[in-house]
Design a protein around this ligand. Sequence first.
Ligand code: MN
Length: 226
Amino acid sequence: MSMNWNSPAHPEFLTTDNRRLPVNRIFCIAKNYEEHANEMGGEVDRKAPVHFQKSFDALTFGPNVRYPSHTDDLHHEVELVAVLGQGGNDLSPEEAESVIFGYAVGLDFTRRDRQAEAKEKGLPWEIGKNFDDAGVMGVVTPRSELLVMENAAITLDVNHQPRQAGDINQMVYNTTELIAFLSTLQELKAGDLIFTGTPSGVGAVIRGDHLVGRIDGLEDLAIQLV
Ligand code: MN
């Protein structure tokens, strides 16, 4: 049998100024909005952020997003995605702010039934969070076009009905705090993505649903579940 595979390519995201740049890693923050932590029956952890990763193959840019196997309860989570343009270890808050390349709207899809089972058994969230098309990101607005994002409305509509609404100023740990924290655990690099957590209002979606995520100042993210 002859081996035949292409060397793994980093997925590339699109910027508002029409560049295509490679993704390095996909970090996701859990329980970063108090109302969402509460609706999940949990509490925010004010000692340190909680995070997990999705793999390259889990990332898509839409517009079609595949409904996954092994769930009857796929949930939407609209999130601000911070994109790093540089990296480093043990970054100060000021350094953390300086390494941000830009921002996008993202969706952290979750097999909520599988995640709930994992939580109950004290197991990792992998089965609930990492699968084909589990992470979606929109077009990245480079930070040079923006003020630093501290306040911005974040919403998600499903089939034109509002489901999630919040403001990124409700995050327990802001973007620079998250970057500083992650940089203590491993060397951060250009192309690392950070899905910064979701506001309240998460819920189930089904095949055929049309979702639009919006964050003031960024490009909308519109997708269809297929
Ligand atoms: Mn999430």
